[in-house]
Design a protein around this ligand. Structure first.
Ligand code: NAD
Length: 483
């Protein structure tokens, strides 16, 4: 039977009766069939969330936290089962799937700790006898839209914090990962008996996504949107949200630089670069898609990285030894090929890779890169490490900043002071000194600058996204009015 929509605490077919199929990228066999929700189904889910909002908001914060903590325990207990879904549905390698399912529990626990931390302020007044309070209140209904690459983690960071602060939620996962990014969350929250309507999940096919998304953005009951996905989609949704004067948190694409200085420990730098460019086949917004290396170490660094890339096992993502699994779909593979083949045709050298079997693209190291190549400018989202050689630190910083994106960055150096000086100058929402740009912890504010996004998720920053600031004053004694 097809996976259903989860609306008002009940599993239901799409009102049209339509379903859509999803494929396992490793085997190209059908993996699941899910309800193809419509704009009408989204409307129903919004109405359920709207109806549930006052009682959820009135639920004591310690009770709300308990639901989240119980959900974290359920995730942990069933981690291998959920990890299998991420492997088969999204092509996650075993280690990534275990990491992601583990992170889902961590996010739930972090969010639970924030349910009890919604503070406010008491401010003075010029009016005699008045006390001013600045309070935080839940916004009401929050819409969460998530992508396929870390479907569970990225859905969870929107859902868990929004629930913790007393909002109700409608989640629309990617059509590539309707289970890992959607149905799975509903199943866990159903198991912990979250009240009906507090979390609703509407899956839909690519054919209906625009209409379903438009309903979420335009419906007056939805007060905030949390979007994670590509810059192109985010820009479209931001325009629509602007028309409705609706706030949207945008976590978008990246083209993250990894700067490698000549004083970096060579083996550490090679391991950091391989992890940054090849983890989850490079399909991560924070992946190092631009390696910027001081010229004196260019040759040994690129040769060692190529040797490491060649040693990484490509194949069955369910095998714990595998490091490189499949690319999510043919469209994404075609983009990787276009970027890589285009660079090679324009003079780049592939030290390894640049080949594929089916959707399995081999980790690729490219040298003789120039800054105009698509592989160095546009988000590739594949296991490609294009390396550019620079003369000095100033040139490295200039090139790193010469991008429309600004999500995360890494600087590999043994001189931490120099690393901090460089971090100061990088146009990026997150910078990691002596580490990979791939870094995220549930209590840190995650977010980009420039075309990588607006707003933050995680830790205290989520309070800003999912609550409304309000002034309430008390006039303790009668005041004089001017007339
Ligand atoms: P995408 O933009 O194609 O889709 C993202 C989500 O938006 C999906 O759920 C999709 O169904 C939905 N969507 C698409 N068109 C829509 C519309 N018209 N109305 C409403 N919803 C719509 O992105 P993707 O291919 O799923 O994910 C990859 C992209 O996400 C990459 O660019 C990556 O960098 C980015 N990403 C960013 C972060 C971050 O935190 N900054 C994290 C992961 C991925």
């Amino acid at each position: 039977m097809a996976e259903q929509l989860y609306i008002n605490g009940e599993w239901t077919n799409a009102s049209s009766g339509k379903t859509f199929e999803n494929f396992n990228p490793a085997t190209q066999q059908a993996f699941s069939e899910s309800a193809a929700g419509s704009a009408d189904d989204m409307k129903q889910a919004i109405e359920a969330a709207h109806a549930a909002r006052m009682s959820w908001r009135a639920t004591p914060h310690t009770e709300r936290a308990k639901y989240l903590l119980k959900a974290a325990d359920v995730f942990e207990a069933k981690q291998p089962q959920w990890a299998q879904i991420l492997i088969e549905e999204g092509g996650s390698i075993f280690r990534k799937a275990m990491f992601e399912t583990g992170k889902a529990s961590a996010i739930l626990r972090e969010a639970a700790s924030h349910a009890v931390q919604v503070g406010g302020e008491v401010l003075p007044s010029n009016v005699p006898g008045k006390t001013n309070m600045v309070l935080r209140q839940p916004v009401g209904v929050v819409g969460v839209i998530s992508p396929w690459n870390f479907p569970l983690l990225l859905s969870m960071r929107g859902v868990a914090f929004a629930l913790a602060y007393g909002n109700t939620v409608i989640l629309k996962p990617s059509e590539e990962t309707p289970m890992g990014g959607g149905t799975l969350l509903a199943k866990v929250f159903e198991e912990v008996k979250l009240p009906p309507g507090v979390l609703n999940v509407v899956t839909c096919s690519r054919d209906d996504v625009e209409a379903v998304g438009d309903m979420m953005i335009s419906h007056p009951a939805v007060k905030r949107i949390s979007f994670t996905g590509s810059t192109a989609t985010g820009r479209k949704l931001a325009e629509k949200a602007g028309t409705h004067l609706k706030r949207i948190a945008l976590e978008l694409g990246g083209k993250d630089p990894l700067i490698v200085l000549k004083d970096a420990d060579m083996d550490y730098a090679v391991n950091a670069a391989a992890f940054s460019s090849f983890f989850h086949q490079g399909q991560i917004c924070m992946a190092a898609e631009r390696l910027i290396v001081e010229s004196s170490i260019m040759e040994p660094f690129s040769e060692k990285l190529a040797a490491k890339a060649k040693s990484l096992q490509v194949g069955d993502p369910g095998n714990p030894e595998t490091i490189i699994g499949p690319i999510i779909n043919q469209k994404q593979l075609d983009k990787i090929k276009t970027h890589t083949d285009g660079a090679i045709a324009a003079g780049a050298t592939a030290l390894c890779g640049a080949t594929h079997e089916g959707l399995f693209y081999h980790p690729t190291v490219l040298t003789n890169i120039n800054t105009n190549m698509d592989v160095f400018c546009e988000e590739t989202f594949g296991p490609i490490a294009p390396i550019l050689s620079v003369n000095d630190v100033d040139e490295a910083i200039e090139i790193a900043n010469n991008s429309q994106y600004g999500l995360s960055a890494g600087i590999l150096t043994s001189d931490l002071g120099k690393g901090l000086d460089i971090a100061d100058q990088l146009e990026s929402g997150m910078v990691h000194v002596n580490d990979s740009p791939l870094n995220d912890e549930p209590h840190l504010p995650f977010g980009g600058v420039k075309e990588s996004g607006m707003g933050h998720h995680g830790g205290k920053a989520s309070l800003e996204e999912f609550t409304e600031m309000r002034v309430v004053s008390i006039q303790r004694k009668q005041r004089p009015f001017p007339f």
